[in-house]
Write a protein that binds this ligand. Structure first.
Ligand SMILES: C[S@@+](CC[C@H](N)C(=O)[O-])C[C@H]1O[C@@H](n2cnc3c(N)ncnc32)[C@H](O)[C@@H]1O
Length: 265
């Protein structure tokens, strides 16, 4: 009845198995520390078991593990999980890395919290939301997590550049929470946006971080297009740097609530 936006199809999700995306992933701005306080407060039931779907390099799993009893961290990209294991706390005995898509992974319920960071949009909502519903504990919550940078002085030309060079030609704006609510797959209970925190990195790292994003995998861009994108991006950002460094202001967002099952099923 409600087809999922085409730009969120499996061919685009597959970019997160590309070696170039995995190699550049750590250059994306990190989630602000306050976000983990919000997640901590959402856990009511014991044991404090967490399911992190679409864990990628475990940005959420590895930073949450000191506050919970265990995390099952799931992703279909073997390369992402291999990188996760090498990063701080990637070898924590209470994190179980599971190589599978959220639609099919073997789960060890109950979970007091299910987290999905910048990844629910890639999943098959009609399968995954009812699965989450089944594995949550009595007071368990689903936390839909994301982050973004506050607008930069080069925002407008940056948007035009991204539109021009993105390999995802089917992109259309959408609101994930609204899409889920329209389908009766999620009921929102609360939302929090963290205070912005500064994040400083070199211009080279800033530019490379784009190649860890949807539409900019170097494995899918032709090399001429990738260098033209980098050249234009460098021209936009350089007037705003200091000693070759660029500072962004990053906010984290958490929308929490309960998953449902599609209407009528
Ligand atoms: C942008 S990354 C987010 C990683 C991490 N959660 C974070 O916040 O940094 C998106 C992740 O979703 C994963 N993904 C894509 N389709 C998926 C699916 N069907 N089930 C589980 N994860 C999926 C990708 O492999 C990728 O690691």
């Amino acid at each position: 009845m409600f087809p999922k936006p085409r730009h969120l199809g499996p061919a685009y999700a597959a970019q997160f198995s590309h070696p170039s995306v995995i190699a550049a992933y750590h250059l994306r701005p990190p989630y602000p520390a306050d976000l983990f306080d919000v997640l901590d407060r959402l856990i009511v039931d014991t044991p404090r078991a967490v399911l992190d779907l679409g864990t990628g390099t475990g940005e959420i799993a590895r930073r949450l593990i000191s506050r919970v009893d265990r995390v099952d961290a799931i992703d279909p990209s073997a390369g992402m999980l291999a990188k996760a294991r090498q990063l701080p706390r990637g070898d924590h005995p209470q994190i179980t890395w599971i190589h599978a898509p959220a639609e099919a992974a073997t789960l060890r319920e109950p979970y007091a919290l299910v987290t999905v960071g910048a990844s629910l949009h890639w999943m098959d909502w009609d399968i995954v939301l009812p699965r989450i519903h089944e594995v949550l504990s009595a007071n368990g919550m689903l936390a839909i997590i994301d982050s973004h940078e506050l607008p930069v002085p080069w925002e407008q030309p940056l948007r035009q550049l991204v539109e021009r060079f993105s390999t995802n030609r089917e992109y259309q704006p959408y609101d994930l929470i609204e899409e889920l609510e329209q389908r009766w797959l999620f009921q929102r209970r609360g939302h929090q946006t963290t205070a912005p925190v500064p994040f400083t990195q070199s211009v080279a790292d800033y530019m490379e971080s784009f190649h860890a994003r949807n539409g900019f995998s170097r494995d899918r861009m032709n090399p001429e297009a990738a260098s033209a994108f980098d050249r234009h991006l460098g021209q936009l950002v350089r007037p705003h740097t200091s000693s070759g460094m660029v500072t962004l202001r990053v906010v984290g967002t958490v929308t929490w609530g309960t998953p449902g099952t599609p209407r009528g099923s």
